[in-house]
Design a protein around this ligand. Structure first.
Ligand code: FDA
Length: 394
């Protein structure tokens, strides 16, 4: 039986960050993972360039049943701290819209940086290790059976992530362990995920696959995002849809403004004043792809000249363009979701240390807990901040 001060299960973003942070404090740290590679989600993130944080990170960029929970960890390890780390490792990066920071070259650099930090801090990473039974001993230590060895440790950190992308090894391990120790796990569902069509919508909209337009999308609870909307074979995607999916519940409609920043009624009336005989089809095709216009409105209406439109038609057009209400069938689920909503209830954890209030020595960090960020680097920032919070306490 081998003993370590700290065992971290999960060599992903949060686990590696926690390992380095604890290692630098002189703790003897072992990271265990059943995968062949550390940080696999980091490697595929941000289209291979990893959107590793955001210039502006605030509590309202996170979905969590306790909106205050994230504040302490985010304040103690800020995005500027991670940027400073990235710069120290000579990783070049750039800023995209909405303050999102990406590697210039490859997400691999972030994984290499984290592994290097672990090495410098003396934290060991052991991959391809299946975890078996875990128990808390009377001494207060934890005992872990694995397919390689049995271990004991003083602090056990669970960093096994959520359920998104099962083909990358996502597992419910962390939720089961939390339940084993009597901690509440809130219901989970896919987040930052594309929507799918109902059968009748698919017939109509599938030919639009590949079309992207600017949009403002509003969820039932009023949450709103202004970003690109993408039509796919299966449904709707693009940043606006991924963002709104975190705030959507099955059966709810979403409202899409296809002409953000334009007053549709006034714009059509302006064209009417100058070109009264122009068809509605040609008019709308100035603002939107023609195929989209033809899928949204019926042929007879589109063929009308602007001066043939009656008042009620103009009114309805403005409504359809500025608040197109659509009820989607569902989401693509965990298969393509970037995150998992729900998870270990934050009420069970200390917001300062991530330690379970009722189980001394047991910590949960990263996506396994009920904290999910918006699209834009916030999920990794949570992994870094919660990882450091636990790393300072284990
Ligand atoms: P993470 O999933 O990273 O790590 C969990 C680790 O636990 C894995 O190594 C896994 O193998 C291991 N594990 C699981 N079960 C186990 C078991 N039973 N036994 C042993 N080990 C086990 N976020 C962001 O901020 N910017 C971005 O650009 C992106 N892009 C992105 C793209 C795609 C395609 C996805 C799927 C996700 C993103 N994300 C993102 C989200 C981000 O990847 C995610 O929030 C973090 O990786 C979460 O970090 P964790 O360390 O909590 O889990």
């Amino acid at each position: 039986m081998k003993h370590h001060d700290v065992i971290i299960i999960g060599a992903g973003a949060a686990g590696l960050m926690c390992a380095a942070s604890a290692g630098y404090r002189g703790r003897d740290v072992l990271v265990l993972d059943n995968a062949k590679q550390a940080g696999r989600k980091i490697l595929i993130s941000g289209g291979g360039r990893c959107n590793f944080t955001n210039q502006k990170v605030e509590a309202n960029h996170f979905v969590c049943s306790n909106s205050h929970f994230v504040k302490s960890a985010l304040a103690r390890y800020r995005s500027s701290d991670f940027i400073e780390l990235v710069e120290r490792h000579g990783i070049e990066y750039h800023e995209r819209d909405h303050g999102q920071l990406f590697c210039n070259d490859s997400a691999k650099e972030i994984v290499t940086m984290l592994k290097t930090e672990c090495e410098w801090a003396g934290a060991k990473i052991q991959l391809k290790t299946e975890i078996g039974d875990i128990a808390k001993l009377e001494s207060g230590q934890f005992k872990l059976a694995t397919d390689k060895e049995t271990y004991t440790c003083d602090s056990l950190v669970i960093a096994t992530g959520g359920l998104s992308m099962p083909k990358l090894g996502a597992s419910p391990f962390g939720y089961h362990l939390a339940e084993q120790f009597g901690l509440k796990v809130l219901p989970t569902c896919a987040g930052l995920v594309p929507f799918t069509w109902h059968a009748d919508q698919k017939l109509k909209f599938e030919p639009l696959s590949g079309i992207a337009v600017p949009s403002t999308i509003t969820a039932k609870d009023g949450t709103q995002f202004s970003e690109a909307l993408l039509f796919t074979h299966r449904g709707l995607s693009g940043p606006a849809i991924l963002q709104i999916s975190n705030f959507w519940k099955p059966g709810e409609s979403i409202s899409i403004n296809l002409l953000p920043g334009i007053d549709a009624r006034a714009a059509i009336e302006l064209v009417l004043a100058n070109h009264p005989k122009q068809s509605l089809r040609n008019t709308l095709s100035h603002w939107l792809p023609k195929r989209l216009v033809e899928a949204l409105f019926d042929e007879a209406l589109l063929n009308k000249a602007l001066n043939q439109l009656v008042h009620s038609e103009l009114e309805q057009l403005a409504v359809d363009l500025e608040s197109w209400k659509i009820v989607m069938n569902g989401t693509e689920g965990y298969r393509t979701a970037e995150v998992t909503l729900g998870g270990v209830d934050t009420d069970e954890l200390s917001s300062k240390t991530m330690q379970a209030k009722s189980v001394p020595g047991l910590f949960f960090i990263g996506e396994v807990m009920d904290v999910s960020g918006w699209l834009g680097g916030f999920n990794f920032q949570w992994a870094w901040s919660s990882g450091v919070a636990a790393g300072q306490a284990v």
